[in-house]
Design a protein around this ligand. Structure first.
Ligand code: ADP
Length: 482
């Protein structure tokens, strides 16, 4: 790699916190090449500049969010506008001009700080929906380094974007990146749909998009888990992961408590399974759902709804020695979680919209290959694009999900093994270590700025160096699709 890798994310992982696969993969990349991770951190530091935290094989530079930035940029625009909008819940979007203003001003402030440390040959890798306009402001600051974005959540449909006062800003923000990485091919298609509808965009035959003086490439990079590390957790988790009382037969659900995860539908489907299909069988649904973003009203509502539903179903079916739904409202240590997955006869993923869903991959990764459990997977999770041999369900169809639970619990070993083998191939192919390498290789290969630019604000660009080969790249005029 030519320069350093600079990772920028909304939050920088705190030392001692349980690190997920992504944090570990980025940590490994940064440790291997040396580089910088920039993100918000609760530690108190200077307000206007990045400050160093900890020490290690790479630099960790933190910034602090003011109270008002936290409310308007983070809770407001990121989590009450972009999160619901990108997950097809426009009904939950809260439009306030202060949200957008502070989202933009935080991104501009962060870009100024990143520009201070960036060099022209660095690779800057921005993560997720909190920082969509970051590259736009970095370019304004004259940063010419290659910048890639990976969006961990779904890309919205054009029609959904139209509820924003100025939906065309997305095309503008995103075109400042050299590479836009999305979870699935369906996300890529939606992103291209947005650019097709924008008359400022032109398409190259190789699939890149020319927007003003820049070329941006859009591509899917389905994310995965650190397969070996997670399998080892299950292998080394000894004893009964539940403590004393292990259920005989159980189905597992593990999700942040979020309205996108389809949890009420899952509870209803399990209730319907007990009513229509169970016939003397007594499986439990173990639902692990730690609370998140409880200050946002939509999250308070789902908490109440789930408590009410699990209470009703348990009230109706529970016996002295059997609790149908065990609803655990707190985080669980990763090794214990791996052990709980391994013992589950099925895993239930019912997301109504989901970028990828790593729980599905974690569950498949730790199954015993000659006696695996069954993954029941929502068609609306990104993971369904590759894991086509899971039991795919429409999570809105309660009866279909109830039937799938019955099918999973009665599935013959031969079919379970064949389905698991196929799903496991998808889990292996998207291992997060490999994923990181693929993304960075594509970012290195990206074209960057076109030589036709005026170079007005450009401090570092080396005009002409990144010119695409004229014979390979021809403009194609694209009709406006709406
Ligand atoms: P999202 O990123 O939307 O939360 P994913 O399924 O992609 O959804 O990732 C969730 C991650 O959080 C998984 O790695 C999962 O194991 C972890 N997780 C979710 N709930 C818990 C919990 N209660 N305890 C520990 N880890 C959890």
């Amino acid at each position: 790699m030519a320069g350093r890798l600079i990772v920028v994310s909304n939050r920088i992982p705190t030392e001692g916190a349980t690190a997920g696969g992504l944090a570990v993969a980025l940590h490994d990349s940064l440790s291997g090449t040396g580089g910088i991770w920039i993100g918000a951190h609760p530690e108190v530091g200077p307000e206007e500049s990045l400050f160093e935290i900890g020490d290690g094989p790479y630099q960790r530079l933190a910034f602090q969010l003011s109270r008002s930035e936290y409310e308007n940029y983070y809770l407001g625009f990121s989590n009450c506008v972009l999160w619901p909008l990108f997950h097809r819940r426009s009904d939950l979007v809260v439009l306030k001009s202060a949200y957008l203003q502070e989202y933009l001003s935080l991104n501009r402030r962060l870009a100024n700080m990143v520009a201070e440390v960036a060099r022209p040959d660095d690779l800057i890798w921005v993560h997720d929906y909190h920082l969509l306009p970051l590259a736009h402001y970095l370019r304004e600051q004259g940063v010419a380094a290659k910048i890639g974005l990976f969006l961990h959540i779904p890309f919205p449909a054009l029609a959904d974007l139209s509820i924003l006062p100025d939906p065309s800003i997305f095309a503008e923000w995103l075109a400042s990146y050299d590479l836009l990485g999305l979870q699935t091919q369906a996300d890529t298609a939606r992103c291209l749909e947005m650019y097709r509808a924008d008359e400022r965009a032109e398409f190259f035959q190789d699939g890149s998009i020319k927007f003003r003086d820049r070329l941006v490439r859009v591509k899917s990079f389905p994310i995965g888990i650190a397969v070996d590390a997670f399998q080892s957790l299950a292998d080394y988790s000894t004893g009964n992961p539940f403590g004393a009382e292990q259920p005989q037969e159980y189905i597992i659900g593990v999700d942040r408590l979020d309205y996108t995860k389809g949890l009420p539908n899952r509870f209803r489907a399990f209730g319907e399974y007990l009513h229509d299909y169970a016939e003397g069988r007594r499986p439990s649904l173990i639902q692990i759902a730690p609370p998140t973003r409880e200050v946002v009203e939509a999250y308070r509502q789902i908490t109440e709804e789930l408590e009410e539903l699990s209470g009703r179903i348990n009230g109706r079916y529970a016996e002295l020695d059997w609790t149908p739904i065990r609803y655990i409202h707190r985080p669980i240590a990763r090794d214990r979680l791996a052990g709980i997955y391994r013992g589950a006869r099925a895993c239930l993923v019912t997301s109504l919209a989901d970028g990828m869903n790593l729980v599905a991959k974690e569950y498949v990764a730790v199954q015993i290959p000659d006696d695996p459990g069954v993954l029941i997977l929502s068609r609306f999770a990104g993971a369904a694009e590759d894991m086509t041999d899971a039991l795919l369900v429409n999570p809105y169809d309660i009866d279909e999900v109830a039937k799938a639970i019955d099918t999973a619990l009665n599935m013959p070993a031969e079919e379970r093994i064949a389905r698991h083998r196929s799903c496991m191939a998808a889990v292996q192919a998207t291992d997060v270590g490999r994923w990181t390498k693929h993304f960075l290789a594509a970012l290195i290969a990206s074209q960057g700025r076109l030589a036709i630019s005026s170079g007005k604000h450009d401090r570092h660009s080396r005009i002409g160096e990144e010119r695409p080969e004229p014979r390979q790249v021809k403009f194609q005029h694209v009709e406006k699709s709406i």
